[in-house]
Design a protein. Structure first.
Length: 337
């Protein structure tokens, strides 16, 4: 170390930090040989906390304000280092600044569907996403558990762990709530509060405080969503016979506007009505296949009206079966042409 550097170190230190980039949680202040001079000035701004670490141990923690470092401001460090010799020699330590402002617009989401039990569907696979925010509440815990002695520790370094934590607690909250999926999707605020209650203790173990948590969407995978849509559509349709007649009535104005008019669709409308009626009978069960007196019934042959053979014919007056060569009816005596 040169003579100039030696003299520069003897001047009173001014220790401060201003964030020059987004997302920095922890910053270790650079000092020559990690030496703090007697009477050094420490400035801690709003949304910051300064932590002194000496020989691997946390010595003191300072909130927002300006401090002159001496025995009155560093009582704990004084006891640790016997710093009572009128500061004839500097002591070595690290100064870490922590940002305590809220880290907003942090997104979370399920990378793969999460399987949970459901009252209505038995087992369902859920997808969910939303946003949350948090801030540093206990910088000492954060340093001991997460950030360590790194020169710079960013929120982006912590985000993967927090997102996995959110998804795991989300599964626990959904499984323990007992709320059906259909009700849960309609009450995302209640679901968000249940998840947040599970998350707060886990965040506190890292020295963090969960500021807000929202669930923006709850959904099923595409294949299950299609089945749900089919079930909803069936409930909306109701009686299939009425629905078929409604569809036929809806088709009449369209057919009239097309070439050929309504007459051109007569056969297709009739076929549609028959199909709809058949489906309605199939859905209603075997005991309700006769839909009423208005339904056409197939003709039943009568023994009194046998089918004529090649040698007989019907009387043109009374309809009785007579010989084909007869000129008069044997029943009514009517002349045959």
């Amino acid at each position: 170390m040169g003579l100039g550097s030696f003299f520069r170190k003897q001047f009173i230190d001014v220790i401060q930090w201003t964030e020059d980039e987004q997302g920095v949680l922890s910053y270790r202040y650079p000092m020559a040989d990690m030496e703090i001079q007697n009477g050094a000035q420490l400035t801690v701004r709003e949304s910051q906390v300064a932590v002194f670490v000496n020989e691997g141990r946390v010595a003191d923690v300072f909130g927002p304000g300006r401090y002159t470092l001496n025995t009155s401001t560093l009582p704990l460090l004084t006891n640790l280092m016997n710093w009572d010799k009128l500061f004839q020699s500097p002591f070595k330590s690290d100064v870490y600044f922590f940002s305590t402002r809220v880290q907003t617009a942090q997104r979370w989401g399920t990378q793969n569907p999460v399987t949970v039990r459901d009252k209505d569907f038995g087992m369902v696979r859920l997808r969910a996403f939303g946003m949350y925010s948090w801030n540093v509440e206990n910088p000492v815990t954060l340093m001991q558990q997460v950030s360590g002695t790194r020169e710079i520790y960013r929120a982006a370094d912590l985000e993967p762990h927090l997102r996995n934590l959110v998804v795991s607690r989300m599964s626990e909250a959904f499984a323990g709530s007992g709320t059906p999926f259909l009700d849960m999707a309609a009450n995302t605020g209640v679901a968000a509060e249940a998840i947040a209650a599970k998350l707060r203790p886990a965040f506190a173990e890292l020295g963090l405080a969960l500021a807000s948590f929202t669930v923006e969407n709850l959904s099923l995978p595409d294949e299950l969503q299609k089945r749900l849509d089919e079930r909803i559509a069936m409930n909306m349709v109701g009686n299939l016979g009425d629905y078929a007649r409604f569809q036929a009535a809806q088709s009449i104005p369209i057919a009239a506007a097309n070439e050929g008019g309504v007459a051109g669709l007569g056969a297709s409308l009739g076929a549609g009505a028959i199909i709809g009626q058949s489906m309605a009978q199939a859905m209603s069960g075997p005991g309700t296949r006769d839909s009423g007196p208005g339904t056409p019934q197939p003709p039943v042959p009568s023994p009194e009206s046998p089918v004529p053979s090649a040698d007989t014919k019907f009387c043109i007056n009374c309809g009785k079966s007579i010989a084909r060569a007869a000129k008069f009816c044997s029943e009514c005596g009517g002349k045959q042409e």
